[in-house]
Design a protein around this ligand. Structure first.
Ligand code: NAD
Ligand code: DAU
Length: 350
């Protein structure tokens, strides 16, 4: 029996990964390890929480003794590591927590895996989920490939780059069976409304200002979160040990163009005149050190493992906006903060 530890499974991408894998592999046990920070929300997993192959454990990935206990108690055979501090703006105001969680937390998990598996690494796998931001910022041409040199520019991306280096160092030094992926911007249901798309949907709904950083000319490459989860499933099961795979949507949007599209679709779904909410656009001081452009070349993943995005952006965006409009209670709960107390008490260490 396989026992797969998924860290950060109560977060945005992690919850989609948990849902996909728990439903797809009924004969594998999945242990969702999450410390339920502000970004972790067990309501994201209400629909799979009752499944017999799912367990939740509340724990901090920086707690080495606890990680050792968890590996032993659940006989962990594989790790999919998503737990992280993930928001660039927060990393600018508090870089220390990013170094702690992303660098020390990843190192703690690596050490626990290495020690628990040291006598038999056969069939084991440590999958580290990372970001395209480790490659830095592009001008208007070119793409990030798996061989692009690292050049992180924000405290967030520096901490993710540090964690990626530790993962590869454990493969080189201790032969830990690792695989790494670096993905572009995700969007979809259950994303915490500090990130551009859910924040703007919520503000449009409530007729609140839409804070556009700088001139809105920065470019991001957007991927629907379920397509990322499918890529993670494929790479975890079929990716080659020691390899890195870039994941992206081949879907670049200048922020202001994306925002205008988002406004049109949201206005239509809200029964408003299309474009009426453009008046909410408010240009504000740019993010410090704001990366101009990210763009992923995902050819390797397509060529070697046959993955490609399934959704056109316009279709995925409409689906996403509709989800947030239909799930106002979820949005109200995560913005009120009450949800954490409630779910922590209800499910902790069940
Ligand atoms: P998120 O912020 O929504 O979720 C992070 C989760 O990690 C939360 O559930 C949180 O409670 C948990 N966590 C934080 N610190 C922890 C700790 N010390 N111990 C245990 N759990 C802890 O993040 P996300 O957007 O879902 O991103 C998941 C991963 O994917 C991250 O590693 C991120 O760097 C990476 N990534 C994200 C994107 C994106 O667009 N969101 C793109 C590429 C890669
Ligand atoms: O590229 C992958 C990364 O994408 C992930 O590793 C990160 O975890 C994830 O947060 C995301 O980082 P970004 O900084 O690109 O995402 P964010 O949603 O914060 O911002 C998207 C763009 O929109 C960026 O250029 C900044 C801009 N922005 C963002 C916010 C929150 C605004 O103009 N206004 C805003 O209020």
């Amino acid at each position: 029996m396989e026992n797969i530890l998924i860290t950060g499974g109560a977060g945005f991408i992690g919850s989609h990964v948990v849902r996909l894998l728990v439903e797809k592999y009924a004969d594998t046990n999945f242990i969702n390890l999450d410390d339920l920070t502000y970004a972790g929300n067990l309501a994201n997993l209400d629909d799979v929480a009752h499944k017999p192959n799912y367990r939740f454990v509340k724990a901090d990935i920086c707690d080495y003794t606890r990680m050792q206990q968890i590996f032993a108690e659940y006989h962990v055979t594989g790790v999919i590591h998503l737990a992280a501090e993930s928001h660039v703006d927060r990393s600018i105001t508090d870089p220390f927590i990013f170094a702690r969680t992303n660098v020390l937390g990843t190192l703690t998990l690596l050490q626990a895996a290495k020690e628990y598996w040291k006598d038999d690494m056969q069939g084991k796998r440590f999958y580290h989920v990372s970001t395209d931001e480790v490659y830095g910022s592009l001008d208007h041409g070119g793409f990030f490939t798996e061989t692009t040199p690292y050049d992180p520019k924000s405290p967030y991306s520096a901490s993710k780059a540090g964690s990626d280096h530790f993962v590869r160092a454990f493969h080189n030094t201790y032969k830990l069976p690792v695989v790494v992926s670096n993905c572009s911007n995700n969007y979809g249901p259950y994303q915490f409304p500090e990130k551009l798309i859910p924040l703007f949907i919520n503000n449009i709904r409530h007729n609140k200002p839409l804070p556009v950083y700088g001139k809105g000319e920065n470019v991001r490459d957007w991927l629907y979160v379920e397509d990322h989860a499918r890529a993670i499933d494929l790479i975890f099961h079929k990716g080659k040990i020691g390899e890195t795979y870039n994941i992206g949507g081949f879907n670049e949007w200048k922020n202001i163009d994306l925002i205008r599209l988002l406004i049109r679709v949201a206005d239509r779904l809200l029964g408003r005149e299309e474009g009426a909410s453009e008046k909410l656009i408010t240009y504000i001081t740019d993010r410090a050190g704001h990366d101009l452009r990210y763009a992923i070349d995902a050819t390797k993943l397509h060529r070697e493992l046959g993955w490609k995005p399934s959704l056109q952006f316009e279709e995925g965006l409409e689906k996403t906006i509709q989800w947030y409009l239909n799930n106002q209670t979820w949005m109200d709960n995560v913005t009120s903060g009450d949800y954490q107390k409630y779910y922590t008490n209800m499910y902790a260490n069940r």
